[in-house]
Write a protein that binds this ligand. Structure first.
Ligand code: IPD
Length: 308
């Protein structure tokens, strides 16, 4: 990493560790029974005292250390701060990604910290203290698990070639918090199309192609879904609905691990718009003959996904 980026990365790691300590302490509280968990705008969008405490601490430390930098945090926005992403250096923080998992004791929970410059993430840290997995990346310097293992992982499973078709993929997809019937209908239709054979479409002949993927999984954390794809343990992550704080850090981690993140609706081949709330990540993999970087193969899968 360049010297500056290394300074930012080290600081982000120390903040993630401090936040993680609070998350572990908070996990001892019996949230649901003590009424310490409340819903935000959607009834399934939960927040706990720990989310608020972690964000407060991280925000305070950042203000002290980098007073000129901007800050975007999930709970600050929930409390009425306006969500604007400018070209200024901006720290984007999700104190707990996977709050529902946190409340239920399902250990896919992470603190996510990103620094963007010119609206691009240059440093990303995602830390799951329950599984003790620290994912880090800085621009052009690769992505790592627990600081020393380069992503994607090559042990214990040797990396599989990237499937040439969606029908051989393991997909991570989420239902999200917006349970409005028409939103859930659209999402379940896309997931149905991923799961079924072409021509099986019980939703009517929409002209969409179906997939027959190997499987669909939901970890309940956008950040950890992307990091799992960065590890190479799943082929794709698809979600409509996540916020910038869910994905800003993990996007860089996946890209630095050789993957791509694009708009889940396509067909724009550029990076996904961070505020657009539609993300499709594809992992790195051995390229098909003639495709040196793998990008062509990744975009081919993305295109199939845009069609479901
Ligand atoms: C949520 C998680 C979940 C995703 C939602 C996010 P939160 O974040 O990442 O997997 O489906 O879109 O909002 O609320 O736990 O920080």
């Amino acid at each position: 990493a360049s010297e500056d980026l290394q300074v930012y990365l080290d600081f982000a790691i120390s903040l993630a560790r401090e936040g993680a300590q609070l998350i572990l302490e908070g996990s001892k509280a019996r949230y649901v029974s003590q009424g310490m968990v409340v819903s935000k705008s959607d009834p399934t969008d939960l927040v706990t005292e720990t989310d608020k405490k972690v964000e407060e601490v991280v925000k305070k430390r950042l203000k002290e250390r980098f007073p000129q930098h901007k800050f975007i945090g999930e709970e600050s926005v929930s409390n009425g701060e306006v969500l604007v992403l400018t070209n200024e250096p901006t720290w984007i923080v999700d104190p707990i990604d996977g709050t529902t998992n946190f409340v239920h004791g399902f250990h896919y929970v992470a603190i996510s910290i990103a620094l963007t410059i010119n609206k691009e993430t240059v440093v990303g840290v995602v830390y799951n203290p329950f599984l003790n997995e620290l994912f880090t990346a800085s621009k052009n310097s690769g992505a790592f698990l627990n600081l020393s293992t380069r992503l994607p992982l090559s042990h214990p499973h040797p990396p599989l070639p990237l499937p040439s078709s969606l029908s051989h993929c393991l997909v991570l997809a989420e239902y999200g918090h917006d349970r409005t019937p028409h939103v859930i209908d659209k999402k379940t239709m896309s997931i149905y199309n991923m799961l079924t054979r072409p021509g099986d479409n019980r939703w009517g002949d929409s002209g969409k192609k179906a997939g027959l993927v190997h499987g669909v999984r939901s970890l309940g954390s956008g950040a950890l879904n992307l990091c799992t794809v960065a590890k190479g343990q799943a082929d794709l992550y698809w979600e409509v609905g996540p916020w910038v704080w869910d994905v800003a850090a993990a996007t860089l981690i996946l890209e630095e691990a050789g993957g791509i993140v694009v708009d889940a609706y396509g067909p724009d081949e550029g990076p996904a718009d961070f505020l657009g709330r539609r993300f499709l990540g594809v992992r790195a993999g051995s390229p098909v003959p003639g495709d040196k970087t793998g990008r062509e193969s990744q975009l081919r899968l993305a295109k199939e996904m845009w069609d479901v």
